[in-house]
Design a binder for this molecule. Sequence first.
Ligand SMILES: [Zn+2]
Length: 288
Amino acid sequence: MQTTISKPLQFVEGDGMLHGFSTGFVSVKSTFKTAKGGQQISKLHFLLDKKWTPWLPIWVWVIEHPEGVFVVDTGENARVTQPDYFQQEGIVLSYINTRTFRFQVSPEQEVGAQLKALGYSQQDIHKVILTHLHLDHFDGLHYFDETDILVHDYEWQHPSFALPSLYPNWFEPKITKLQVDKQAIFSRKHYLTESKEIQLVHTPGHTKGHCSVLLQTKELDYFLAGDTTYNQAQLLQEINAGGHQSFKLAQKTYSNIKNYALQRQVVYLPSHDGDCATRIAEDAYLRV
Ligand SMILES: [Zn+2]
């Protein structure tokens, strides 16, 4: 599996880049990835399930845009592999987490080390955007103690399955409210650049506050999908993940993404999809 990729981009106001790298690997219970039963019963299934998925990447995205460098999600850190990592969250959450997830992360796979390898220091980063508040998306936060970190208002107020004891103690995100545009396919959004080429769009389902980052360039669009689905096939076949908070909202989000793909050529990039690098390299946009 290719776990790093860099792609030159063209924006209206100049050149840019999209970098992606995986901060180690995660394996989840197979029924966490692919639901068995309805929204409630699927949660029981993944606790009892004995089958694990193959190792999946944990992508972090770096967008070099004329208006600044944006980091989307922060991935995992190497300490997650310590057996007592979840202890502060109490017995129940510690049990659920250790029974549902397995991680392989080394210090050189962490976001800070990989940003450094790309030539960035924290001071170069304009903003960090978290798609949602699950562990494998916020666990690289400790590298960004001086950076603006954006979290959608609803996600912050109503997190699902959050582990706040693992947030850095200085963590105080910039709470981001979305504007409503009923005419648009993604009717709740926030522009992250003046050029409107990078936007945070509400893609609820995995969590109710979940957002994706939509990047528009002169050639193609890129949809940094977080955990909207675990891979592209799951979107195309409209399969719920057992870990989704709301199956109904997830299905509406799938349909919005597909409708968008009918209008624009968009490369679909979920956080745990092993084919992201190939899709970017081959300009393999979503065909619905
Ligand atoms: Zn998640």
